[in-house]
Design a binder for this molecule. Structure first.
Ligand code: ADP
Length: 310
């Protein structure tokens, strides 16, 4: 069997005259937690839809665990669970029916479906809501049910398309915990997310797609190393209105609350040197906070996109 859970090679997709994927390669090893980020219209949904057989590719190949998703669609599809961005189910079905039907779709026996439904309702805290129709569930419960549904047939590759969109912070943390637990149990996960801090927190590897091309792909920590600056926020003991000449080598701004915010280039500048320079400038430091560069900064720099990925 292939060492890859997902093997995408030179994948291209053109809708009429619109080129959505310009030949992407993405290799995900078994057990990896992979973040797939990119601005709106970058090609994420198209890629996911091709993996799960919802969209036809123009050319290239996609294999899951070595099985071609076109040539051997059924076998490949059984290995994949998809939690879609937009719910694609009957809004009048109760939670337990949604799970049961999904099991049926993948050919599970009635007793298997029953056991698995109970397991998942319990795991996702849905047991008490089991008889509520989908449309009556809160946003967070809807999301949890979609993930539970994706896991019904115990897929080895789980694709989560914006699983925490519109979910409050507390629930988001719960969903994060369940994603991490799934990974612990050996599931390979491909996650698209709006929240870059989510990818930063959860993923081992990250691919950034923009305009139909993967522009960065690799180990999250290595990508983070590309963010070579550190922000230092200094509260001076007495107000500073102008940055002294002796600090001109530092990139610095003064905030409305009269704090000095320095951006240090980690390769060339250090906090101790900055403190020395502050002392030499007769600026007394009342407080100091540090903040490292975030994945979001890298994302913005690479895609030139505003706000967040989606
Ligand atoms: P993302 O999921 O990253 O927002 P998509 O894969 O949805 O990106 O879209 C990639 C490109 O393909 C966009 O230019 C989008 O307008 C186009 N596209 C997506 N789906 C269709 C479709 N069914 N018909 C025509 N163009 C489409």
């Amino acid at each position: 069997m292939s060492e890859y859970a997902l093997e995408i090679r030179n994948l291209k997709k053109t809708y009429d005259n619109n080129v959505a994927l310009k030949g992407i390669d993405l290799l995900i090893k078994k057990g990896e937690f992979y973040g797939f980020l990119g601005p709106n219209g970058a090609g994420k949904t198209t890629t996911i839809n091709i993996i799960t057989g919802l969209t036809n590719k123009t050319s290239g190949s996609v294999k899951v665990f070595g099985i071609d998703v076109v040539d051997d669609y059924r076998r490949a599809r059984r290995l994949v669970g998809l939690s879609p961005q937009e719910p694609n189910l009957d809004f009048f079905f109760p939670a337990d029916t949604v799970l049961n039907l999904q099991g049926g779709y993948f050919g599970m026996s009635s007793s298997e479906r029953k056991t698995r439904t109970e397991e998942l309702l319990e795991y996702f805290g849905l047991t008490e809501h089991r008889k509520k129709p989908f449309r009556k569930l809160s946003g967070g419960l809807k999301r949890r049910l979609l993930i539970a549904r994706a896991m019904m047939h115990k897929p080895k590759l789980l694709i989560l398309d914006e699983p925490t969109a519109g979910v409050d912070v507390e629930l988001r943390k719960k969903i994060w915990d369940s994603m991490l637990e799934l990974r612990e149990n050996g599931t390979t996960i491909l996650l698209t997310t709006h929240y870059i801090e989510e990818a930063e927190e959860l993923c081992d590897k990250i691919a950034i797609i923009n305009n139909g091309k993967i522009i960065r792909d690799g180990d999250k920590n290595k990508l983070m190393e590309e963010i070579q600056y550190q922000e230092i926020e200094v509260t001076p003991a007495s107000p500073v209105t102008e940055i002294p000449e002796s600090l001109k080598e530092y990139k610095c701004r003064i905030t409305k609350s009269k704090k000095l915010v320095f951006s240090l280039d980690k390769k060339k500048q250090s906090i101790s040197r900055l403190l020395e320079a502050l002392v030499n400038s007769s600026i007394e430091v009342a407080d100091l906070k540090t903040k490292s560069g975030k994945l979001e900064d890298l994302f913005l720099r690479l895609t030139g996109s505003t706000a967040t990925a989606s």
